[in-house]
Design a protein around this ligand. Structure first.
Ligand SMILES: *Cc1c(COP(=O)(O)O)cnc(C)c1O
Length: 399
């Protein structure tokens, strides 16, 4: 029987495959699914104890579900957190965290390079309830400090950033948060615990869109928050009351997805680094943004803080938007889509898709050049990916 007391001894690769599964009396080897909305009791007295929280156990799947719990325990073990709460999506993980920990008048200091919907959530929706967000340059610690006020309650960052692969010093941000009595929240979507463990570096909470690498095969939408028990209890309260809970079917997919996480991330990183080096040499490419390259301004920090550099990279081609669109349209293998975290390689033009809502001036400030292409490198053969990109890139040079 597997139990939590063994977790300390297991390596990450083992935890990803074994942690969190409590076998039922059926002695199943693989993790089961419990597609049930509610649970029954032996007696009225037992029901009363479970409803009143006097005895642990399931009541209703908006609150807890065994399949969801297996995923939560496994991800908590991987992130090195005391507890995990799973949610219906990455966005609802962020929303639930905000609802649990912020009140009207509180302030967030956040990185300027955030997932687009996160910015909309902060500005359009949290803003309605009197919560304000200030945005700063991800890697500029002084800017973070300058934006803090006595009302700052939350620091929020994604590192490395998308699509420019900028890196934040998580330890330094954690120290800053602590000094100001605020909490540091890291969206760890791009690296996953296989490559980066923000809690060990001092972050208070880790957010995931499980939709990305935790599943890894583009099958389901889900999210999670991991951290200390005390904070997670508040976030659990929001999820159980407001309802953005994870479905048992999705939890099962994510649990099985985690079993190959270490292997997949290793292979993603290898493909991405090789592709970045190849792109760097191509005459149609003017710049490659990838923290794994020695030329990246924060390569040393990334090397220290991360076990790998991830698989999302940006590169700029000659001839601006026209050049970028030609390279994208010349692909036959790569999927033209904004999604990432998939075994299938995806390609997108940030200036007209993921960052299309920004004005030209905002794009320039954020480094979203017209010729910038983002590739989330999958697990197809490197040679095939290169060949697919070479078709458009070579044409740009010969024209
Ligand atoms: C996709 C994504 C999210 C949102 O997750 P959903 O599962 O789509 O709700 C949040 N943060 C980052 C970095 C993402 O890539």
């Amino acid at each position: 029987m597997q139990d939590d007391s063994q977790h300390n001894e297991w390596s990450l690769e083992t935890l990803a495959i074994r942690a969190g599964h409590q076998r039922t009396f059926e002695q199943e080897h693989s993790e089961p699914i419990f597609p049930t909305s509610s649970f029954v009791y032996e007696s009225a007295a037992e029901a009363a104890r479970k409803f009143g929280g006097k005895e642990p156990g399931n009541v209703y799947s908006r609150f807890t579900n065994p399949t969801v719990h297996t995923f939560e325990r496994r991800l908590a073990a991987l992130e090195g957190g005391e507890r995990c709460v799973a949610t219906s999506s990455g966005m609802s993980a962020i929303l639930s965290t905000a609802l649990a920990l912020l009140s009207a008048g509180d302030e967030i200091v956040a990185s300027r390079s955030l997932f687009g919907s996160t910015v909309s959530l902060f500005d359009k929706y949290l803003g309605k309830f009197g919560i304000t967000t200030r945005y700063v340059e991800l890697s500029d610690l002084n800017a973070w400090e300058a934006a803090m006020t006595p009302r700052t309650r939350l620091l929020f960052a994604e590192t490395p950033s998308n699509p420019l692969s900028e890196v934040a010093d998580i330890g330094a941000l954690a120290a800053l948060a602590q000094k100001h009595d605020a909490l540091l929240v890291i969206d760890n979507c791009f690296l996953t615990p296989a490559l980066q463990q923000p809690l060990a570096l001092g972050a208070d909470l880790v957010i995931h869109s499980a939709t990305k690498y935790l599943d890894g095969q583009g099958r389901a939408i889900g999210g999670a928050v991991v951290g200390k028990h005390e904070l997670l209890e508040e976030i659990f309260g929001v999820v159980r009351t407001c309802g953005p809970c994870m479905s048992p079917f999705n939890a099962w997919i994510f649990t099985k997805g985690l079993e190959t996480l270490s292997l997949r991330m290793k292979a993603h990183c290898e493909n991405a680094l090789a592709l970045a080096r190849w792109l760097e040499q191509h005459p149609a490419v003017s710049k490659v943004h990838y923290s794994g390259l020695e030329t990246h301004p924060q390569h040393a920090l990334a090397n220290r803080q991360q076990k790998g550099f991830g698989a999302v990279l940006g590169f700029e081609v000659i001839n601006g938007q026209e050049g970028a669109w030609r390279v994208i349209d010349a692909t036959r293998l790569l999927s033209i889509t904004g999604n990432l975290g998939d075994v299938k390689t995806t390609i997108t033009h940030p200036a007209t898709t993921t960052h299309g809502r920004l004005s030209d001036a905002q794009k320039e400030a954020a480094g979203i050049a017209p010729g910038l292409i983002r590739v989330a490198v999958g697990l197809e053969s490197l040679q095939d990916i290169q060949q697919d990109l070479a078709r458009g890139l070579d044409a740009l040079v010969t024209d």
